[in-house]
Design a protein around this ligand. Structure first.
Ligand code: SF4
Length: 308
């Protein structure tokens, strides 16, 4: 056991190591849109994306950033005790606005003394030079990471899900962020239509070699208000079982480098919107299952990472 009580390098472990205590993330809605929905790249968005732009748990956009922070703290205090927080701009594309507007929103979030860091979820095609400069500046004064939704490295799946950018775009974005020492977290989705186990692990293997700092792995959720839901009604495709998902996650952890921070291993689908797979609502069972499988195999993150 090298990361507290886990066999993988969790974000919780990393934040406790850096800040000496538990740090919670507050999910915010900066009231942005997305070029994949406003007509710049596409109008329909990614096939799985719900009307809240993958921010189903974020605070309401009608509140100011400061009020959203208060609301999220209050909400999380029912479950957790913490004095330090990361402001997480989660909904839609959080660098998709003029740089002055971005600056004002990020600074408002950071003005609260207990906000110790900033996490910004965006697309690799929404990082123009002036935005990169702003991020570089922020990275020098706060704990920052940028999240990029890759989901898969396979072009046929990327087209099917209407991601709207290619691998060259992703590679260029991580090179630009790396040049400025800005930490990057990539998102992958397991269970995308017609992807095999090998396809998914090839995406993980790619991430393992990029030199980026973190990963979020999600289970594909079919949310009721999405095009994916409508597609599934007409052409059902195989969904991952809990056992298969757990086994895949353990295989993925084995090939990721030990220093890579694991930000997420389960997806969060709003219960009232989730059509399938329903087993994913029991997050605790999934996380316990992963721990159990790691122990059973007597394995841990990085054991099969190439280059070790
Ligand atoms: S990039 Fe994000 S916000 Fe935009 S359509 Fe895709 S999932 Fe939704």
């Amino acid at each position: 056991m090298r990361w507290g009580d886990k066999r993988y390098h969790s974000l919780d472990y990393e934040l406790k190591k850096i800040f000496g205590q538990k740090v919670l993330k507050l999910s915010l809605n900066g009231n942005f849109t997305c070029p994949n929905r406003d007509g710049t790249i596409g109008t329909k968005g990614c096939i799985f994306c719900g009307e809240k732009g993958s921010g189903e748990f974020a605070a309401p956009a009608k509140l100011s950033i400061s009020d959203q922070i208060q609301q999220q703290k209050k909400f999380l205090s029912k479950k957790w005790t913490a004095n330090k927080y990361i402001a997480y701009f989660q909904s839609f594309t959080n660098t998709y606005a003029p740089v002055e507007q971005l600056k004002q929103k990020y600074k408002e979030a950071l003005s609260s003394p207990d906000i110790v860091g900033l996490a910004i979820a965006t697309r690799p095609d929404c990082l123009p030079e002036e935005t990169l400069d702003l991020l570089e500046e922020l990275n020098q004064t706060t704990y920052l990471w940028i999240e990029l939704g890759l989901q898969t490295i396979h072009e046929r799946t990327a087209k099917f899900i209407r991601r709207g950018y290619d691998m060259a775009c992703f590679e260029n974005a991580i090179a630009e962020l790396k040049k400025r020492n800005i930490p990057v977290v990539a998102h992958l989705i397991f269970g995308l239509p017609y992807e095999t186990e090998q396809d998914m692990l090839e995406s993980v293997q790619y991430i393992a070699t990029t030199g980026i700092q973190g990963i979020k792995i999600h289970l594909l959720h079919i949310l009721k208000d999405t095009d994916l839901y409508r597609f599934y009604q007409k052409q059902p495709f195989p969904l991952l079982t809990q056992e298969k998902y757990i086994s895949l996650i353990v295989n993925a952890l084995e090939i990721l480098p030990p220093e890579m921070i694991i930000h997420r291993l389960t997806g969060d689908g709003a219960r009232d919107l989730l059509f399938a797979p329903k087993w994913s609502t029991n997050k605790k069972a999934v996380l316990n299952g992963i721990q159990h499988e790691l122990k059973k195999r007597n394995t841990y993150q990085g054991i099969r990472h190439i280059g070790r």
